[in-house]
Write a protein that binds this ligand. Structure first.
Ligand code: 5AD
Length: 421
């Protein structure tokens, strides 16, 4: 979501992006507030531009994204070298903000938004890129007790089907072959009686679009209509990111996740009945207030039962304004205990991921070639249908093509293979 917003910020200004702050006229730090660590990162990134701004007062420095939304006005006081604060929903207002600053030299905070213009700016598209994101929704209507998103991104607003398809088609016409629909709870998307399954079916009709992905799905919004569409539309990739957060019903209920562990595993079974080779990844929060050793064991037993392809796991981080930040100090899990639990879970996941990668050796995978491998220009890199990175020897002409690759090695974070001709 942040990557998408950064690309929209790049496009909002009619300017050439540069990676060199010294050359830039405008420096914008896009930020994430999901956990405290991300939030601190925003401040340390901004701090780096203090002396640059002091020596070049004409440069405009701004903070965008969820940290900007969260602290608003306070940021101007705390950071005298920044010129503007821009919330994630206010990106379409950026051009006006910049011209106002240039004209009036007045520092600005913009954290409001108008529904009509929410999706107005399309993201910057780098020529030759074969994958792209399309936002289908902003904000979130769920109220998970740990989560700051509804506060900083607002309630769910769904983008009209017509606009989603137009942006998708435009990208395909520029050479994009794989689209990832994005939304906080992407599969709760709806518009005028259309549901998420209908969106997938409509995207399946877009000519020359080879692959459809979407993220992030909310478990309770997985419906028969969605599962049927995943089964019927051949462009849909067989990978689903489905955050479970915990394997303990007690913790799930304290998180207000609105499902039980049984309901979650039953849902995975229903999905796999329809799409037998579906690969599933997840997010886990460790050390939610009140999480006991028993609760953690239940999370571990879920990990063993489901064997996720991969998982992102985080220590609980109390976020301002959320219900879970209100627990007393005694109810918080001891940080050392939480760290030990996190390490145990991550070590387990590492073995499973490696085992799953190894199980692909000898198989032929279809890969959409995205570009040269970062580590070795003799190698090309792409993703399998199941979202694994697969590197293989080949030349640049294959970028953008879907090729067959025989897997020869399964590593921890990727696969290696040979082109099948
Ligand atoms: N503390 C820790 N992890 C969090 N996440 C969201 N909020 C918090 C928090 N307060 C995690 C969830 C979510 C992912 C994007 O970030 O696992 O799925």
């Amino acid at each position: 979501m942040n990557e998408y917003d950064s690309d929209r910020i790049k496009n909002a200004l009619d300017a050439e992006p540069t990676d060199d702050p010294k050359k830039a006229d405008i420096i914008i730090i896009n930020t994430c507030a999901i956990r405290e660590k991300a939030d601190q990162k925003a401040f340390s990134s901004l701090g780096k531009f203090k002396s640059l701004k002091a020596n070049n007062p004409d440069k405009i420095v701004g903070i965008a994204g969820c940290v900007a939304q969260l602290y608003g006005e306070k940021l101007l006081k705390r950071m005298p070298h920044i010129d503007f604060v821009l919330g994630p929903r206010a990106i379409p207002k950026l051009p006006d903000i910049i011209s106002n600053i240039e004209r009036e030299k007045r520092r600005t905070v913009e954290t409001s938004y108008d529904i009509e213009e929410l999706f107005e700016i399309e993201p910057y598209h780098k020529e030759g890129k074969v994958t792209g994101f399309v936002s289908v929704q902003q904000g979130c209507n769920k109220r998970c007790t740990y989560c700051i998103v509804p506060q900083v991104r607002g309630n769910e607003v769904n983008r009209p089907l017509k606009d989603i398809l137009t942006e998708t088609t435009n990208l395909v016409n520029k050479g994009v072959r794989e689209i990832t629909f994005i939304g906080q709870t992407v599969n709760s998307w709806k518009e005028n009686g259309y549901k998420f399954g209908d969106l997938i079916r409509a995207a399946g009709e877009v000519e020359n679009l080879e692959r459809i992905r979407f993220t992030t799905s909310y478990p309770r919004d997985i419906t028969k209509r969605m599962i049927d569409a995943m089964k019927d539309v051949p462009q849909v990739c067989h990978h689903l990111h489905l955050p479970v957060q915990s394997g303990s019903d007690k913790v799930l209920s304290m998180m207000k996740r609105t499902y039980t562990r049984q309901w979650y595993t039953d849902t995975i079974s229903r999905l796999k009945d329809a799409v037998p080779d579906l690969s599933v990844s997840t997010d886990i929060i460790i050390g939610f207030p009140g999480e006991t050793g028993q609760d953690f064991e239940e999370t571990m037993s879920l990990m063993k039962e489901v064997e996720f392809e991969s998982s992102y796991s985080f220590k609980f981080s109390p976020r301002p304004g959320t219900a879970a930040a209100e627990y007393s100090a005694e109810e918080m899990v001891d940080p050392q205990i939480a760290s030990a639990r996190l390490s145990e879970l991550q070590a387990f996941q590492k073995d499973i991921t490696e085992k799953k990668n190894l199980s692909r050796v000898g198989l032929i995978e279809k890969v959409l070639v995205e570009g040269e491998s970062r580590n070795d220009p003799n190698f090309l890199s792409g993703r399998t249908d199941h979202n694994r990175i697969l590197n293989f020897k080949g030349t640049k002409e294959l970028v953008g093509k879907t090729v067959k690759v025989k897997v020869s090695e399964g590593l921890l974070n990727s696969l290696r293979g040979e082109l099948v001709v």
